[in-house]
Write a protein that binds this ligand. Structure first.
Ligand SMILES: NC(=O)C1=CN([C@@H]2O[C@H](COP(=O)(O)OP(=O)(O)OC[C@H]3O[C@@H](n4cnc5c(N)ncnc54)[C@H](O)[C@@H]3O)[C@@H](O)[C@H]2O)C=CC1
Ligand SMILES: O=C(O)C(=O)COP(=O)(O)O
Length: 533
């Protein structure tokens, strides 16, 4: 019986996540608040890791995650996951890109309103026994300009809410098309224009090398006198020291941060206590609705992957629906075997690889099939290769990979052919599925043959001459190797006696080197390769 996948939930998450994992046949542990060292010591047991923003999935954690197949982020930002290291390890990283976007947009609007009317300060002083009615003079947001940095999912919801508040919205986002700007009713501007015109600025970009410090000291100095700034996206987008100086000088009238460069921020953070400064402890996504949404979604997605192989919202591999996954499963198994056959026959010398599909296979999503061929081939030289990291490594190594789809059926109702080129030659192998999922090698070295690729096998090319098979049988028999199955074909196109014959034998024992050498030495033998699947 195959073991249940094991999932660790390492950040506080709505209990619906654990419930879904269990319902979908996974074992689940909820262990939050551990140190990186504790997590590293534990993570090796798990197939899935479900996180929010507190768990940092670093190179070190990944190095210890020997069984890990998927990391699921119950939320949007994945800057706490080392995605290149996860990909190199073959771990799928997925997030839930929409589950908390309304909630986060509403938090940004709440902070805009809090700044406009100084609600946190007024509340604190009133509850402290004062009645500071004349101290707090606010501003209206109606008619003011809101500068949106980043107009993706959250930014565009903020825009629509701000328009409801009768604000004029200008947006800076290099990927915002004029059509989309029109649809959102926002004016697309460059960053300099936004800084010069906005009464309020709100940030909604991910934290990347391009966006880090996007509101730098220099840019903060270019903002309008009396600007109010909100950041519900990521710490690191704003220069916090420059923000403090801007508030102290009165150039910036207010700033509200939900996120900090370091979280949690140190108790003596320079911004704490600064007049005009308001903050929340990364609460952007913290509503009941959003937390239920992201918990359900992340658990469904991760369970899909662990149980059926379906891939949704992954950041490092193409999507594969839960409906497609079972249809692809036998093809993926066939593709891995054909890839493995090519890898075993050609070694690491393959420079270009074409995956051709014919008939029924031509209807399918080819990306996972190609990834499986690559994984099968490359796993013959490294056992840490899988379908996630194989395409990345192939690209890094300059392997030229192509895909060809032919709708028309040939001799088989469905066919998968792999054409691998080394500097010296071209190797072609083809396989098909019989019934639903019985895989067969149907062609090798230009020869029609029909065999499983299972267990120990031996591949032989020899001159087709009488007596060879007897000599081969004796050599194997003398070595104590029993032949389980015997498949023989004459090489196309000549197909005559005296041409080449190709043999694929299934063996009950793996032949040792001396036996392989003895077969090589038989008269008429041109190639021998011991294989295992
Ligand atoms: N405070 C919180 O609890 C939450 C924070 N977030 C943060 O909000 C961020 C945005 O989320 P979504 O809107 O869902 O992401 P999204 O991917 O839909 O939108 C991000 C937008 O930023 C734009 N962008 C990228 N580089 C840019 C640049 N250099 N300058 C200007 N714009 C740029 C993109 O074109 C895109 O339109 C997330 O990456 C996450 O870090 C998300 C949810 C909750
Ligand atoms: O979804 C995001 O990007 C967030 O920042 C939400 O973070 P959280 O899950 O509340 O730790």
């Amino acid at each position: 019986m195959s073991q249940k996948p094991k999932v660790l939930i390492s950040d506080k998450m709505d209990p619906n996540a654990a419930r879904i994992f269990e319902e979908r046949g996974c074992d689940v542990d909820v262990i939050t608040g551990e140190t990186p060292e504790q997590l590293a010591a534990r993570v090796g047991e798990y197939d899935g890791l479900a996180i929010r923003s507190s768990t940092k999935v670093t190179k070190e954690i990944l190095a210890a995650a020997d069984n890990l197949k998927v990391i699921g982020r119950a939320g949007i930002g994945v800057d706490n996951v080392d995605i290149p290291a996860a990909s190199a390890k073959g771990v799928v990283v997925m997030n839930t890109p929409f589950g908390n976007s309304i909630t986060t947009a509403e938090h940004a609007i709440a902070l805009i309103m809090a700044l406009a009317r100084q609600i946190p300060e007024a509340n604190a002083e009133t509850q402290a026994g004062e009645w500071p009615k004349s101290k707090f003079m606010g501003v209206e947001v109606t008619g003011k300009t809101l500068g949106l940095i980043g107009s993706g999912n959250i930014g565009s919801i903020v825009a629509s809410r701000a328009q409801g508040l009768k604000m004029k919205v200008v947006a800076y986002d290099p990927f915002l098309s004029p059509e989309r700007a029109l649809e959102l009713g926002v004016e697309k501007v460059d960053l300099g224009d936004l800084l010069a015109r906005a009464d309020f600025i709100t940030l909604h970009t991910p934290l990347t090398e391009e966006t880090r410090n996007i509101l730098s000291r220099e840019r903060l100095e270019q903002t309008k006198q009396g600007v109010r700034i909100v950041n519900c996206a990521r710490g690191g987008l704003i220069d916090e020291a420059a923000l403090k100086d801007g508030l102290d000088s009165g150039h910036i009238a207010g700033a509200a941060l939900d996120v900090f460069a370091t979280e949690p921020p140190p108790a003596d953070h320079p911004l704490f206590g600064t007049p005009g400064f308001t903050c929340t402890p990364h609460l952007g996504a913290s509503t009941t609705e959003a937390q239920v949404n992201v918990a359900l979604q992340v658990a469904e997605q991760m369970a899909d992957y662990l149980v059926t192989g379906g891939v949704t919202n992954a950041l490092n591999v193409p999507s594969l629906s839960a409906e497609e996954a079972p249809r692809l499963k036998p093809y993926i198994a066939l593709a891995e075997k054909l890839g493995s056959l090519v890898g075993q026959l050609e070694g690491p010398g393959v420079k270009s690889l074409t995956v051709e599909v014919e008939g029924a296979a031509a209807e399918l999503n080819l990306k996972p099939i190609t990834a499986a061929v690559l994984a099968g081939m490359m796993r013959t030289f490294s056992d840490t290769i899988n379908m996630v990291n194989a395409p990345i490594l192939a690209k890094e190594n300059g392997l030229d990979v192509r895909e060809v789809r032919r709708g028309k059926e040939g001799n088989y109702h469905t066919l998968l052919r792999v054409v691998a080129k080394t500097p010296d030659r071209t190797r072609e192998v083809a396989g098909s599925l019989f019934g639903e999922d019985e895989m067969r090698l149907v062609e090798i070295a230009g020869t029609r043959i029909e065999t499983d690729l299972e267990g120990h096998m031996i591949y032989i090319v020899n001159e087709d001459a009488p007596g060879f098979i007897g000599r081969l049988g004796s050599t194997l028999g003398n070595a104590g190797v029993n032949i389980g199955n015997f498949h023989l074909g004459r090489r196309l196109p000549d197909k005559h006696q005296g041409g080449d014959a190709v043999l694929m034998l299934s063996l009950d024992q793996q032949p040792d080197d001396a036996t392989v050498k003895a077969i090589c030495a038989l008269e008429g033998v041109k190639k021998v390769k011991s294989l295992s699947f």
